[in-house]
Design a protein around this ligand. Sequence first.
Ligand code: SAH
Ligand code: SF4
Ligand code: F3S
Length: 452
Amino acid sequence: MDAEARDTATSRKRLHVITWGCQMNVYDSGRMADVLAPLGYEPAASPEGADMVILNTCHIRDKAAEKVFSELGRLRRMKEASDGRMILAVAGCVAQAEGAEILARAPFVDIVLGPQTYHKLPEMVARASRAGGAVIETDFPAEDKFDHLPDAAAPQGIAAFLTIQEGCDKFCSFCVVPYTRGAEQSRSAAAVIAEARRLVAQGSVEISLLGQNVNAWHGTEGWGLGRLLRAMAEIPGLKRLRYTTSHPRDMDDELYAAHRDLPALMPFLHLPVQSGSDRILAAMNRKHTADEFRAIARKLREARPDMALSSDFIVGHPGETEADFEATMQLVRDVTFAMAYSFKYSQRPGTPAAGAPMQVPEAEKDRRLQALQALLRDQQAAFNRSCVGLTFPVLFTGTGRHPGQIAGRSPYLQPVHVVGPVDLIGSEVPVTIVAAHPNSLAGTISQERRSA
Ligand code: SAH
Ligand code: SF4
Ligand code: F3S
């Protein structure tokens, strides 16, 4: 921190962070709070009356910018109510993509910063307080933000996120991420393991390794993700490991072997496929076929027979015909998913598909999305029903919605609630599932545990 930044660290201040988008944004929001803590900023539950509000934005689909401007309108009124004392910052992927437009349309914003510049926040806050004008940082700096961020200050909780890779080099036809997050960059294994140990020391029991293509991670040590997972599984006290989001192209034998050998590595993988049509997969620049995806699912289930899969789908990519869409439906029927996200293709400025001919009419996208979602919903309900009668460990992370309930996650990431004592929060406990709902499970603490 430079002298100027230190000067502003005079008193306790309240910071509220609003987070949209993916888990990497959730992680980044935590790190922004960490980097501001030495300036006296403490977390505030609401933007009302806060000294600083950060809006951490997502640019992935439609109307991203409009949503930002409408939220900024609401925050502007709060800023005015504070006599202009509130510092307003816009971070994340919309800031990166449309920083100049934000300052032009919302001149009351003090700071605009892209995802790779969060370590510069203290200095930007100092500049904004002094200059009275807006401060913008949307370059991709040569230095690595992780080398300049402090160690995580606030405990992240029982189930923590840990970003191990930034950016993306894949350039799928439809996607803004390579433009908003920059080139793919991996952190070293040593840095990742050190951060994981700190998280566990602070009470985290589960860690999800994050990256836009997390399975393309490669450490400076020459390690791949499978090797990293093996090393992480040896950290005492770390009971559960996950990684997300993976690209089918980067699945390798080391990863299948990790799923086979590591009990801590949860039997659930989010593996976006987007389409089941080879023609559309090629147009999307995904660089794999539908049958290659089927083979990956098979290998994962060979390695870990109880493996459950989740995925992302886009309907109505430019050029998608009824036959292409039917190929997607067939892939879903063949592979079967425990859950999935599906979206209508959304034209994103500056991406190759946005200008492609043969855009699919909106009504047709709607129809396809409904058909796909009905099928995926059925599969999710069937998967949840198949859990009834099983006993598996649940990691309890908090209280449930009803009095006396505690809630947590199954190995397959389903929310599970039971009637049980709050002192089980933070533990992994065997639970027998007694009922399945569309998006969650109900269970009872198993006899094994009661007699133990
Ligand atoms: N890195 C991940 C995906 C990140 S974006 C991967 O490669 O799979 C999360 C999801 O948003 C994508 O999987 C995709 O299904 C969806 N998505 C991205 N761009 C989109 C667009 N232009 N229109 C609709 N959905 C989109
Ligand atoms: Fe976007 Fe494709 Fe990169 Fe995923 S792999 S972030 S979909 S460009
Ligand atoms: Fe959204 Fe940026 Fe994540 S566009 S999905 S917040 S990488």
